[in-house]
Design a protein around this ligand. Sequence first.
Ligand SMILES: NC(=O)c1ccc[n+]([C@@H]2O[C@H](COP(=O)([O-])OP(=O)(O)OC[C@H]3O[C@@H](n4cnc5c(N)ncnc54)[C@H](OP(=O)(O)O)[C@@H]3O)[C@@H](O)[C@H]2O)c1
Length: 324
Amino acid sequence: MNRSIRWGIIGTGDIAKKFAAGLSVVPDSELVAVASRTKKNADAFGELFHVAKRHESYQSLAEDRDVDVIYVSTPHNLHKENTLMCLRAGKPVLCEKPFAINAGEATEMVRLARERKIFLMEAMWTRFFPIMTKVREIIAANVIGEVRMLMADFGYRSEDQSFWVFDPKFGGGGLLDVGIYPLSFSHQIFGSPSEISSISHLHGGVDEQSAAILGYEGGRIAIIASAIRTETPQVAYLLGTKGRIYIHSPWWKPETITLSVNGKDELIQIPFQGNGYNYEVAEVARCLREGKTESDTMPLDETLSIMKTMDTIRRQWKLKYPME
Ligand SMILES: NC(=O)c1ccc[n+]([C@@H]2O[C@H](COP(=O)([O-])OP(=O)(O)OC[C@H]3O[C@@H](n4cnc5c(N)ncnc54)[C@H](OP(=O)(O)O)[C@@H]3O)[C@@H](O)[C@H]2O)c1
């Protein structure tokens, strides 16, 4: 594909707007279409981001022949339905996190993409920041030795309890909304856990805050926390046998780390360009150009493993969503 990659967006909410702004600075990608449940929202979004094609149904965007790839930015409970619809129409998909409500849904999505050999990726944008590539390089070069422990958190305090994140029908709660960031990070560093121990405070059928300790082969441990009613420091640590990496707040949108080895601290900064969403856009564009159906940085097996871990954690809390 020599021309630019033509994107369509499903949903016109908060994250869709940030994503569109990020996409606008990626040279080989352009936003050509948007889909909303309503003409009003499609037109408003289209005006804001100069998008010519405005679909009044998600299905109509999925079938749009002028679109190469679709970004799904609807609430969690719709990710499976919207992604399957796009894949059935032959469209590659970048689907927002959490990829689905549970591992069963995620498995269906991955199975269809693999059967049809169509690109599919979870939009875990944190993985694609330049400083995160640096963190992975430092670990691979054994600078901090074997990573033995990981600590990371992501909690914010929302006062707006009418937001769907507080509603179990949408798959609300802190774990699926933001706990997935530290969880995804621990999966990337350590793989799948062999032991999981977690507690949460549930209110109104969703987890307002929670903490989990994950155990891995060889005694490695991850300690993670998340919340939607409590502001947390939003920092991450990787503790190795020879040193440590501290990812400064907000670690999920990172540009600064402190590398500590032999009692010496080195501050390393790699400022991100754009608003940060551009890096996942660039990754998808690269994969599509190279004919890949999965990203090596956010592979589908890892997405499935993350979903399974979230299922186990929720089982420990006896938190089941109405659609389950
Ligand atoms: N990667 C990140 O940094 C990041 C940040 C925030 C959120 N997210 C994820 O992105 C997804 C969307 O979050 P958001 O904050 O953008 O939500 P939002 O502002 O509420 O937007 C969601 C959009 O989905 C569409 N939608 C379809 N059915 C809906 C329904 N029943 N209720 C509400 N909206 C509905 C709406 O668009 P139309 O009216 O146009 O159809 C709405 O604008 C979530 O899964 C969330 O986890 C990711």
